[in-house]
Ligand binder design. Structure first.
Ligand SMILES: [Zn+2]
Ligand SMILES: [Zn+2]
Length: 158
C-alpha cells in the first residue's frame, strides 16, 4: 500500500464528487469497494461522484471519512466549500492520543481546548517545533522527529 502519495486534503475549489473520486482512486478503490468499506450504498457514491448531490448525511460522512482515511472535517470543508483551515482542527491530547490512530471527535470540535479525559491542553501542532500536524498517520513529526505523543517528563520540560 502506498502512503503519503500526494495530498488527500481537498483543494479549495474542488467539488465534493471530484474530491471523493480523487481520494478513492489514490487508494485504488473501486466505487463498489468504497461502498463496502464505508457502509454507504454504491448508488449514493455514484450520485456523489457524479455531482448529483453535494450533501452528506452524518452516516455517509463518517463512513466515507473512515474508508478514505481522511478527517471528517475535510468532508465538511468540501461540502461547505470553505478552506480546510476553517473547519479542520487536527487537535489531539498529547497524553491520550496514540499517534497513527484516528482522533477522538471530542478533541476536534472547534471549541475544545482541553482533553475531556485527562484535562491536558490539546495540541494542533508539534509540541516541539510548532509545525502543524500534517497527517494522522504520522507517529513522529516529519520536521523535527519528535514523537507526537508526550510522556510525563516531556510535559514537565516545557
Ligand atoms: Zn487526555
Ligand atoms: Zn516537530
Amino acid at each position: 500500500m502506498s502512503v503519503l502519495s500526494g495530498s488527500v486534503a481537498p483543494n479549495p475549489t474542488e467539488p465534493l464528487g471530484r474530491y471523493i473520486q480523487r481520494v478513492r482512486s489514490e487508494l485504488s478503490l473501486t466505487q463498489a469497494e468504497l461502498s463496502q468499506k464505508a457502509g454507504v450504498h454504491v448508488q449514493t457514491i455514484r450520485k456523489i461522484e457524479s455531482g448529483n448531490t453535494g450533501r452528506l448525511n452524518q452516516k455517509a460522512k463518517s463512513g466515507l471519512a473512515a474508508a478514505l482515511n481522511i478527517p471528517q472535517e475535510y468532508l465538511d470543508a468540501v461540502v461547505k466549500q470553505v478552506p480546510i483551515e476553517r473547519v479542520t482542527t487536527l487537535k489531539f491530547c498529547p497524553k491520550c492520543w496514540t499517534p497513527g490512530t484516528t482522533l477522538d471527535p471530542m478533541w476536534t470540535t472547534v471549541r475544545s481546548k482541553y482533553c475531556f479525559a485527562c484535562g491536558t491542553q490539546l495540541l494542533s501542532r508539534c509540541w516541539s517545533c510548532n509545525e502543524p500536524i500534517l497527517s494522522l498517520k504520522f507517529r513522529f513529526c516529519p520536521h523535527c522527529g519528535q514523537s507526537y505523543q508526550q510522556t510525563e517528563s516531556d510535559l514537565h520540560r516545557n
